[in-house]
Ligand binder design. Structure first.
Ligand code: ATP
Ligand code: MG
Length: 246
């Protein structure tokens, strides 16, 4: 599914104060791409991802997901579209701690049937096997490490077989080695399952593994380039200074 954004603006207004988070963003992402969105804190990365994912629709301009313009969809249509086509992964995992691992992964199936009509229980256990947690189905998130929690969140995002994964700082709470295993999982999902991956990060070594890098600066696109993915080499020294860190 192609994603396209045209003349996107987002202004947050609180009383007298207004802040321009996105100024004039135009870009498109083809089906199957692996894109990193970079930029310093406050540059608009999350705002852009939320607009692309239809989590926020109070923008000016146009966001199209495949044939559909977000603006033309009702709340219910949008919710159903998100359920069927998009997967979200967040820095803080957003798991429910009172549910088991398996129940967390099954959650999206309570909002509607799986896109291809599969049995949710079977698909969920298969996904948990795939992310290496097949033996932790009955654990609670609080009994898992950060990397394991993020794997549960990814399995949950994959339950409905999305064509696009939107990830906001998915490795931001993980150490570098654990983050790398999560990135390898995204790479595999992109290559083998042809899922489009859009990954927001402020860490250069994370953005380096994508095939395209878009850099935001104060709500505008500062650069947008294809690149040769670069994976950290074992034993590599300290990470380079984070670009754009204030
Ligand atoms: N709900 C909101 N209300 C008011 N201002 C907001 C809101 N959300 C974001 N902003 C402002 O919009 C700008 C962009 O925020 P955004 O969260 O997109 O940045 P970001 O690039 O994701 O930063 P970070 O790397 O810290 O997550 C910031 O100036 C922020 O303060
Ligand atoms: Mg953010």
């Amino acid at each position: 599914m192609k994603l396209s954004v045209k003349g996107l603006r987002r202004i947050f207004t609180h009383g007298e104060e207004s802040r321009r988070a996105l100024v004039d963003i135009t870009l498109s992402i083809e089906s199957g791409e692996f894109v990193a969105i970079m930029g310093r804190s406050g540059s608009g990365k999350t705002t852009l991802l939320n607009a692309i994912g239809g989590l926020d629709t109070r923008f000016e301009g146009e966001v199209r997901l495949g044939e559909k313009s977000l603006r033309e969809m009702s709340e219910a249509e949008l919710a159903s579209f998100r359920h069927r086509h998009l997967g979200f992964v967040f820095q803080s995992y957003n798991l429910l701690n009172h549910l088991t691992v398996l129940e967390n992964v099954l959650l999206p199936s309570y909002f509607g049937p799986l896109r291809d009509g599969g049995d949710p229980l079977e698909v969920a256990t298969g996904l948990l096997d795939r992310v290496g947690l097949g033996d932790r189905l009955r654990s609670r998130p609080t009994e898992l490490s950060g990397g394991q929690r993020q794997r549960v969140a990814i399995a949950r995002a994959l339950l409905c077989r999305p064509s696009v994964l939107l990830c906001d700082e998915p490795t931001g709470s993980l150490d570098r080695a654990t983050g790398l295993t999560i990135l390898q999982l995204f790479e595999e999902l992109n290559r083998e399952d042809e899922i489009t991956v859009v990954l927001v990060t402020h860490e250069p070594h994370v953005a380096a593994v994508a095939r395209r890098k878009i850099r935001l600066d104060e709500g505008r696109i500062a650069s947008d380039q294809e690149q040769e993915p670069r994976w950290p080499v074992e034993g590599e020294g300290a990470p380079p200074e984070a670009e754009g860190t204030p």
